[in-house]
Design a binder for this molecule. Sequence first.
Ligand code: G3P
Length: 216
Amino acid sequence: MKIFIDTANLDKIKEVNSWGILDGVTTNPSLVAKENTDFRTLVGEICKLVDGPISAEVMSTKAADMVAEARELAKINRNVVIKVPMTEEGLKATKTLANEDIPVNMTLIFSAAQALLAAKAGARYVSPFVGRLDDIGQDGMKLISEIMNILDNYDFDTEVIVASVRDPIHVVEAAQLGAHIATIPYDVLKKMFNHPLTDNGIKKFQDDWAKVPKKP
Ligand code: G3P
């Protein structure tokens, strides 16, 4: 499973990248707004830090404008992936961009039907938002299972980015379903390697080691 970080914060990206497990980065307009800096410059800086797919979202609502925006974003770096929202116009834009070999991450996916259409339009990635479905009392992980089945049935090249991840359990369940990628917020990534028994175990080993006689 590939692991992406879901943030636009350079310090967090740097830190997680230093762990040696990071395959890519996803941003969205809300995450970018937190950084209070020029969007294109920020995307360029992220691309310098991580040699993998970096998602940047278009803000236009008409297909022609989305395509124009996407072409400009794609010029920033060969690793830029264009996030396009799941709308009728977004599908048209995705088809055009796919024909130009500009990779699209179709975002705001909340149903298997939406994911199927995105894959048909040539989206390189689909981003189902599991946490936001859970938030309204639906089963986000069931959606991942449905989408994985559909993509497998027809051998689509589209990869699933499990998004809106709220906790490590989401990541583990997504991995069990064979989801290609999870894009994970910094706080959840930190929780993934923490375990109280590991901490206790290290302390016990340190304490016991201190009792081992050492040659002067
Ligand atoms: O970036 C898309 C998605 O991961 C957003 O997550 O936490 O805002 O629902 P969240």
